[in-house]
Design a protein around this ligand. Structure first.
Ligand code: NI
Length: 147
């Protein structure tokens, strides 16, 4: 089983379909509170755009303060897709070269295989959240999310 090849394929599928999902919201959709107490579509999209980069930082032991500052950065809506592509490139590099892992700021240590699975699961989890919010906003989504 070529595990790295399979992971790359599924991450690319996740990222490609998320690029399409990012095209769907109307201007006024992005900052709506679709579900009370939950993130807005923009906040989820920004999280998706930064996700691999952020998780790679956490995996190699970034502090809570470093992560707070990283997540605080402004990503304009027009840049979400490019930012997500750049972040996915970093993931693929880490997959090729091995994930650098250290204890996280909350005290957990995982292997590179563990981090790899975590990042893919994490990405697909938020893609589903974003998808659901678009549906709740009344968008009809008609393309294949999985190959
Ligand atoms: Ni998350």
């Amino acid at each position: 089983m070529d595990f790295k090849k399979a992971v790359t394929r599924h991450v690319r599928q996740g990222v490609e379909t998320t690029h399409i999902l990012f095209q769907i919201p109307n201007e006024e959709d992005w900052h709506k509170k679709v579900i009370d107490g939950k993130r807005t579509p923009y906040e989820i999209a920004k999280h998706l755009a930064l996700l691999f980069e952020a998780d790679l930082m956490i995996a190699k032991g970034a502090t809570a303060e470093e992560m707070r500052r990283f997540y605080d950065q402004d990503v304009p809506i027009a840049d979400l897709s490019d930012r997500m592509s750049a972040s996915a490139v970093l993931f693929e590099e880490a997959l090729r070269n091995g994930f650098e892992t250290r204890q996280t700021y909350w005290g957990v240590h995982d292997t590179d295989a563990g981090w790899c699975i975590e990042m893919v699961g994490h990405f697909y989890h938020h893609r589903a959240q974003f998808f659901d919010q678009l549906v709740l906003l009344g968008h009809v989504i008609d393309f294949q999310l999985f190959e």
